[in-house]
Design a protein around this ligand. Structure first.
Ligand SMILES: NC(=O)c1ccc[n+]([C@@H]2O[C@H](COP(=O)([O-])OP(=O)(O)OC[C@H]3O[C@@H](n4cnc5c(N)ncnc54)[C@H](OP(=O)(O)O)[C@@H]3O)[C@@H](O)[C@H]2O)c1
Length: 300
């Protein structure tokens, strides 16, 4: 099979779409013939070597953390899914012709492949954030970075819970935020004042999905520091905010089931830009720019 591979840390130009060993489903896993896999910032962070702790690369490495595809192997202890089912979910080395998933949901037939892949990592992360913040009907939530992958999904999941959402973006993405149901505010200097003006006071919770605004400024619009949760500013805890990187916080199968339901009900739409696998470097470059509207998805 072919897979997106790199043999030296670096910029997206080092990526190659080349022959690679086929993976197989272990216990609790499934394998899919991949129809689409999204690009997440973690991909280019791994590729750059920034997460390697100074260790050199030991052999070829592969990328991708979510995919949608057709099940072609079912591991031991897996129930409720069969060869031939169309699914989407999270895994490792998913930017390939075949990939192993650790968590998944059935893809609603009305949902296209690219949208399904786009909803994997972003959907799980959004569900986790809203659950940890306890966002429920009647709350007003501020999402800092609402137009990107995680942000756009979090906006719509929060609306589906009955919350009101204020979200930040660059000016070019304000119409997109309105389209998906959020009140837009411009990020950058003075964002806390703009949020309070839009909310008529403080909000019940702040979901920092960009990690770009000072945590003190975000805390100033929340009822208490612990009602600010960041997925991208890992020093936020020093100021009393919360940080989540997944792990024990994560309930991926439940999250993906919720995402599938919202997709089926047309309550979750994501602007998707697709690229063939052998042009992955272009998608990685756009992701690295940090100014996303929705998701970038690789397709065969
Ligand atoms: N901890 C976890 O479990 C976890 C899980 C998934 C992702 N992440 C991390 O979360 C971050 C976001 O991921 P993503 O997939 O949503 O990224 P993304 O799709 O690249 O979106 C990034 C967003 O950040 C916005 N942004 C840029 N500058 C900003 C600023 N100064 N203030 C506020 N927002 C700003 C951009 O808005 P404009 O386009 O309007 O400029 C863009 O929509 C990444 O760092 C990623 O690695 C963490």
């Amino acid at each position: 099979m072919k897979a997106l591979q790199f043999t030296a840390y670096g910029d997206p130009e080092v990526l190659r779409w080349v022959e690679a060993p086929e993976p197989h489903a272990g216990p609790g896993q499934i394998r899919v013939a991949v129809r689409s896999a999204s690009v997440n910032p973690i991909d280019w962070k791994v590729l750059s070597g920034a997460l390697a702790g100074g260790e050199p690369l030991a052999g070829p490495r592969y990328l991708g953390f979510d995919a949608a595809g057709v099940v072609d192997e079912v591991g031991d202890q897996v129930v409720g899914v069969s060869v031939g089912d169309e699914v989407f979910g999270r895994g490792a080395s998913t930017q390939a012709e075949y990939a192993v998933l650790d968590s998944w949901a059935l893809k609603p037939p009305s949902v296209d492949w690219a949208l399904a892949a786009a909803a994997g990592v972003a959907g799980e992360t959004a569900e986790r954030g809203l659950r940890l913040l306890g966002v429920s009907a009647g709350d007003t939530l501020f999402i800092d970075g609402g137009a990107g992958g995680v942000g756009a999904v979090a906006v719509q999941m929060a609306l589906a819970r009955g919350a009101t959402v204020i979200a930040s973006a660059g000016q070019a993405n304000h119409d997109y935020l309105r389209e998906i149901g959020a009140t837009p505010v411009l990020y950058g200097d003075g964002v806390a004042a703009r949020v309070q003006a839009a909310a008529g006071g403080k909000v019940q919770a702040v979901f920092d999905v960009a990690g770009r605004t000072s945590i003190e400024e975000l805390i100033s619009v929340a009822p208490e520091p612990s009602q600010v949760l960041s997925i991208a500013n890992f020093s936020a805890a020093q100021a009393g905010a919360r940080v989540t990187g997944g792990g024990d916080d994560s309930r991926p199968m439940e999250a993906l089931a919720q995402v599938a339901e919202l997709l089926e009900q047309n309550k979750l739409v994501i602007k998707v830009q697709t690229f063939p696998f052998d042009r992955a470097a272009e998608a990685y470059r756009i992701s690295q720019s940090g100014h996303l509207r929705g998701k970038l998805v690789l397709v065969p």
